[in-house]
Write a protein that binds this ligand. Structure first.
Ligand SMILES: Nc1ncnc2c1ncn2[C@@H]1O[C@H](COP(=O)(O)OP(=O)(O)OP(=O)(O)O)[C@@H](O)[C@H]1O
Ligand SMILES: [Mg+2]
Length: 246
């Protein structure tokens, strides 16, 4: 479980996230929606402490953190290891082959046995449909293939929560589908995932739960069906309508 209580994040004077209270459960796929600048990326980045909130508390399983105090190195590391982020721009190591990209973290950070992790890395690459590319360099892959390597690399770290910030927004539509398919498979396997996306059809199909942010606040937190069937909240209705023309 990931839980924020009374969490606020400031950039200078600007309060980008305001008194956030939220729990993300294990085994669930949550999709974060909301207009540009509403705080979606910031919320995701606060979960693995790429951004440090100024107020409130963060709990991930047995780790409790008071965000208003200095966070110990040990806690920071523990949080980093229970989460793995997949970025919009893949961020693969360009000088390393695909398989090397996948096994780098487990070997250097987690100190895993090299032989075992090579086998695991190969399995993960077959899971994302890229066994035949393990000896290629990232520059020899399409954007969709690179993003699938990034997903295999995140899985290799065995995080409790997988975090995705617009994982397909840098991709052409025909490459987007192959990445969304991998995410859907992971969701169906019961992986714990938090995904920022602008793709409402994908959200509808895959999310167990939707979080809708506006202006640094949570306007909706509930079942996906209730979000899309909502008749009362004009703001949510107009957001859904505006997204359908993109
Ligand atoms: N490093 C930063 N320094 C200053 N302000 C920032 C920083 N990062 C984000 N912000 C501000 O915080 C607010 C939330 O930004 P955030 O990137 O989380 O939005 P978003 O919902 O992810 O938007 P988008 O859909 O465009 O990616 C915005 O007003 C943004 O300008
Ligand atoms: Mg963003």
């Amino acid at each position: 479980m990931v839980q924020f209580s009374h969490m606020s994040k400031f950039f200078g004077e600007h309060e980008a996230l305001k008194d956030i209270n939220i729990t993300f459960n294990k085994g669930e796929t949550t999709v974060i929606l909301g207009p540009s600048g509403s705080g979606k990326s910031t919320l995701l980045r606060c979960i693995n402490l790429l951004e440090t909130p100024e107020r409130g508390t963060l709990q991930i399983d047995a780790i409790h953190i008071d965000l208003s105090k200095v966070i110990s190195k040990k806690n920071r590391l523990a949080i980093r290891q229970s989460t793995a982020m997949v970025f919009q721009s893949f961020n693969l190591f360009p000088h390393m082959k695909v398989l090397e990209n996948v096994i780098e973290g487990p070997i250097t950070v987690l100190k895993k046995d090299k032989k075992l992790i090579i086998e695991k890395g190969k399995l993960l690459l077959s899971k994302v449909g890229l066994s035949h590319k393990m000896d290629s360099y990232p520059s020899q892959l399409s954007g969709g293939q690179q993003q699938r390597v990034a997903i295999a690399r995140a899985l290799a770290m065995e995080p409790t929560f997988l975090l995705f910030d617009e994982p397909t927004s840098a991709l052409d539509p025909e490459l987007e589908g192959e990445v969304l398919k991998v995410l859907k498979d992971l969701s169906e396997e019961g992986k714990s995932m938090i995904i920022v996306t602008h793709n409402l059809n994908f959200a509808k199909e895959v999310a167990d739960r939707v979080l809708f942010l506006e202006d640094g606040q949570i306007l909706f937190d509930g079942e996906t069906k209730m979000f899309f069937d909502n008749k009362e909240n004009n703001r949510i209705q107009s957001f859904i309508q505006s997204m359908q023309f993109i």
